[in-house]
Design a protein around this ligand. Structure first.
Ligand code: ADP
Ligand code: MG
Length: 376
């Protein structure tokens, strides 16, 4: 099914061609018409399968109809878990809305940077992409009113409804008009659907794109048994042996991320850390350098696990396993995106082996495990 049969305007179709979006992905084929029809949508599709455009395109279409009438307040609210994802989603809105006859103003608001410029910029915004904490601050200071929101998107919905965000998100929900369109998306949204229906969705269109056998293999997973003391040298061996030019390494804590970066640097491997203790300016620079290919190794906490799209990222390494099997799925999903294969390598100590079994079971997939002691 081509993009032309989904009900999108000629201007958007042209923008799609310009961005080399030749065919809609499965989630896009189903979600775009449903969202155009103002339905509530619960969309579940694997990492890297184009969920962002599946809501951005129809939302922009629907906005074209309401934009003529003067809007004093934002019509669309997208909630995301991290600042970096807020920027990324804003950029997707902007890249497609450039092509449209009616101007759409999109703004990303998030913490860690000063609030004043965001307050100034918020006037006349149509689409607000936000992390929950900063949005509530802006509400409290009367800089934004959520009474005109017609469409709410929870990207990484399971994360947004999970403990860490639940309270803030509930506060925000209470400020929104009861009659609105709700769109929830994630790669891992399989638990508690009942609950989600009750609080958020009215007669939703539920879209679950099952993995096809071959698409599974877009992410080549492999694990090595490595003792904790040997993980440092083994990481360097992997980077050198595979001549990795761009690799995202996940660590399980801020401290560990710093330790890994320092060791890599001592061994003349260009690396930077990204985590919650870095300044936002530093975070933005590191991610930008990494995305543009200037930085070889980015060592991250789970801050980078959700949603972040680095085009054609070839390698993800788990220096340690994440506690949650869901986080494992999101971490490795930073590679193998948009039909381009990639490698996800996990360094697993003897102590972590049992947990890795649990992860594989939850994921529904077996991963080849090699004992590094038996390697030359
Ligand atoms: P998800 O949110 O499902 O993890 P994204 O929306 O971040 O995935 O999209 C992953 C990548 O695929 C992005 O780089 C995006 O530009 C690209 N992409 C999305 N849809 C298409 C398409 N129809 N054709 C080509 N590339 C696409
Ligand atoms: Mg996404």
């Amino acid at each position: 099914m081509p993009f032309t049969s989904l009900g999108l305007s000629p201007a958007l179709l042209k923008a799609l061609v310009d961005q080399n979006f030749n065919l809609p992905t499965p989630i896009q084929q189903t979600a775009i018409p449903a969202i155009l029809n103002k339905k509530d949508v619960l969309g579940i599709a694997k990492t890297g399968s184009g969920k962002t455009a599946s809501y951005v395109l129809p939302i922009l279409m629907n906005l074209q109809q309401t934009l003529g009438a003067k809007n004093r307040h934002a019509n669309v609210l997208v909630l995301v878990p991290t600042r970096e994802l807020a920027e990324q989603v804003k950029n997707v809105f902007q890249s497609f809305s450039q092509a449209l006859p009616e101007k759409v103003k999109t703004l990303a608001v998030y913490g860690g940077v000063s609030i004043n410029p965001q307050m100034m910029a918020i006037q006349g915004v149509n689409v607000l992409v936000a992390t929950p904490g900063r949005l509530l601050e802006l509400v409290d200071s009367n800089a934004v009113h959520l009474s005109a929101i017609e469409t709410l998107v929870l990207d990484e919905a399971d994360k947004m409804l999970n403990l860490g965000f639940k309270e803030e998100v509930n506060k925000i929900l209470a400020l929104l008009p009861a009659k609105r369109q709700n769109i929830l998306l994630s790669a891992t949204l399989n638990e508690d659907l009942q609950h989600i229906h009750q609080i958020l969705l009215h007669d939703p269109v539920v879209i679950k794109i099952e993995d096809e056998e071959e698409s599974l293999d877009l992410i080549n997973q492999i694990a090595y048994i490595v003792s904790d003391e040997k993980k440092g040298p083994f990481l360097r061996y992997l980077i050198n042996h595979h001549q990795m030019k761009q690799v995202l390494v996940f660590a399980s804590s801020v401290k560990q991320a710093e330790v890994i970066v320092n060791k890599l640097r001592k061994n003349n491997i260009d690396a930077k850390a990204i985590h919650s203790k870095k300044s936002q300016g530093n975070r933005t620079d590191s991610l930008q350098h990494f995305k543009s290919g200037k930085l070889r190794v980015l060592v991250a906490t789970d801050l980078m696990a959700r949603g972040i799209d680095v085009s054609f990222l070839p390698f993800v390494i788990n220096y340690e396993l994440p506690r949650s099997p869901k986080d494992y799925i999101h971490r490795i999903g930073r590679t193998g995106r948009a039909d381009t294969p990639g490698d996800a390598i996990s360094l697993v100590s003897q102590n972590e082996l049992h947990h890795f079994e649990v992860i594989q079971k939850k994921m529904g997939k077996k991963v080849e495990i090699i004992d590094s002691e038996n390697m030359p």
